[in-house]
Structures are given as C-alpha cells and as structure tokens.
Design a protein around this ligand. Sequence first.
Ligand code: BGC
Length: 349
Amino acid sequence: MSVERQSFGFMPDGTEIFKYIITNASECSAHVLTLGATLQALFMKDKDGGLRDVTLGFDTVEDYLTRSDYQGATVGPYCNRISPAELTINGTSYPLTVNERGITCLHAAGECNLAVWKAIVVDADCVEFSYLSPDGQNGFPGNKEITVQYRLTEDDRLQIRYKATADKDTYLNFTNHSYFNLNGYAAGSILSHSMTLFADEYTPVDANSIPTGGNLPVAGTPFDFTSAHSIGERIEAEHEQLRFTGGYDHNFCVRGEPGALRPAAEVLSKESGIVMRVETTLPGVQFYAGNFLSGIPGKAGVPMDKRTGFCLETQYYPDTPHRPEFPSCLFKAGEAYESETVYAFSVAD
Ligand code: BGC
C-alpha cells in the first residue's frame, strides 16, 4: 500500500489543492482531493486485468468549482433536500439557503463539496480529511467539526468513514456523491448495468422531489430491485414517481438495522465484469440514475451525458427534519455523528 500526494491546482484565492492517491498491491487506486474531500478517480481491475477509472469527474479545480453536479464530493452537513428550507430545533427556527426551485435547500447549498479540507495521511492505506463548518453557514446551526477517512484495502474495498460533532443541537447527514460507470468514465450509458438494491421499501416524493411521508413497498413496481434488473429495463415505465423525477432519483430504505454495516446495493457490468457492492451503516441510499447530467465535458473532455453515471448516495432519508416518522438525524451538542460506507469491488466469474 502507498499514499502519494500531488498538486491538483489552485483555488481563486491561491490556496493549493492536493490530490492524495492511495494505491494497493494490485495497482487499484483511489484519488481524493482536498477540494470537497472529493473522490476524483477510482481505478479498479476489469475481467481482463486492465485498470478502469470507474468514476466520472473533472481534471481541474476550476471545473469542480463551476460545473459541479456534486461530482465525487463529500456532501454535507445535510445532503439531499430540505423543503421548505428551514429547520426548527428546540423551538427556534433556522432559515436555510434556498438553492432549488425557490423553496428547497439541496445538498446544504454546496458547502462541504466546495470547501478546502485539511488532509493527513493516517496510514499507508488511509487519508483523513477534516473541515470546520462555521456556525450558521447556509443557516445550519453549530460549529461542526467534520472528518472523512478514505481507506483502500488490499481486497479492493474503498471504506469511507465520517465523524462529526457540533457545539449546538443540529441536523447532520453526509454522503459521497460519486457518479459511477463500471465500464469506465468515458464508456457512455449505464442503462445496461445490472442493479440489485437490498431494499423492500422506498420513500415516494412529490413533483419537487420532496418526500410525501412514509415508505412504500417496492414490490410490483419499477422500484423493485430486490432481484437484479438492468437500470434501463423499467426506467421509462409509466409510473408517476418516475415521471416526477425523470428517472430513478429516490431514497431506498436499506434492509436491516441502521448502525450495522450491511449491504445496500450490488451493481454489475457484464461488459467490464466489474462488480461494485455498497455497504453502509446508514438507513437509506439515494439511487440516482444521472438523469440530469447534461453533456458538460468531464475528464479528458469526455461529455457527461444523461445517464452515463449513476449514484448510490448513502444517507439519512431526505427532508428528515420535517418527517418525524423517518429515522432521526438530529444530534445533540457534543453528540457524535458516525457512519461508514464501503464501495467493494470484485470481478464476476
Ligand atoms: C439528487 C438529484 C440531483 C443530484 C445533483 C442527487 O443527490 O437526488 O436530484 O440532481 O443530486 O444535484
């Protein structure tokens, strides 16, 4: 195992951005930036032993700042949507920055993903990123000390561990927003990828992608991925939920007890033979099929077209602050938020 540090460019104010590359004995590697604690590249072995970079993204700091789509980033302190954009905690109302449809706070209005994080090499296989989110940033209460550890193991598991504490009661919800293409970032559509989700229920949304409350069973719907289906098979099916979101863009309720690491998803591409299994301690996973990718140029200038990458964003459910029936992510002052998500790679026989 080794960790190498390279310069990745500069912020407009001159701050240098670094890329940390964790490489294992079989030459698989995870490349993580101090900008947004962003997974910029992830090289994994295909069925022929070749390395493929299975995440979309950019080559420059400027592109990450101007064209994000939240590519690869650590998103927080509250990922996904809160709508209306306000929190009420202990009787006090905290208005949040609105950055979607004039009513919603999406991905904390882009805080963690645009921040410059400090990095330390923890071990030959692990780098830790830390960021202090100031009290009141985009309306979220509390000074929040956040750390994210990326570790790549010899058996090709990318482990991401999050820890955070705040000095006021506050809502915390972190995710990684990588767009994956198991044939490689330049390989085009992900619709033939085969997807299994370890989820018997999902949280339906309204036309603004805000949960309408409670969970619905996936059985008998295009949301049933309890056995493997290609992403494309039913994505255009006549179903109100798919119409509202323009394709899969929903929170699935991961089977089993939150707090324990358990499978959330397994994805296979027959073309490359690459299998990605997602495990998490969190209650939910947002399966987003890249419906809004609009062709902007990414790495090596390759356009990131609609549905050329998919996301599996592990999370507390969206809009939890307004949904008492969802697992709570309100943390008391000084109480630790901790979670772990693993993207584990192998090759299909
Ligand atoms: C959301 C999508 C959104 C994307 C980029 C995902 O987490 O579910 O609706 O387009 O992030 O912002």
